[in-house]
Design a binder for this molecule. Sequence first.
Ligand SMILES: O=C(O)C(=O)C[C@]1(C(=O)O)C=C[C@@H](O)C=C1
Length: 89
Amino acid sequence: MDAGTQEPAAAARIREIRQRIDQIDQAIIDLWQERARLSQEVGATRMASGGTRLVLSREREILERFRVALGSDGTQLALLLLRAGRGPL
Ligand SMILES: O=C(O)C(=O)C[C@]1(C(=O)O)C=C[C@@H](O)C=C1
């Protein structure tokens, strides 16, 4: 894979960092999928027991947690996470 530089030491360091980035990306993918499965299970369990599909107070709490930690990008990320679990509104 192109490191974007001809300088051998820099290219070696970039390859090393990219290995860790790839590990992190895979962990994010795995966690994303696990979260979506769990969220779907919560929704199905609640609806099967006569409850609501969504709990907006819980969604607000999650959005706030991500906003405090990551700013406006965190809010966008949390919206995508929630959509992955419970589907579009
Ligand atoms: O925590 C719940 O009650 C869920 O249903 C999970 C979840 C989520 O993905 O975090 C999904 C939908 C709800 O509106 C709130 C939160």
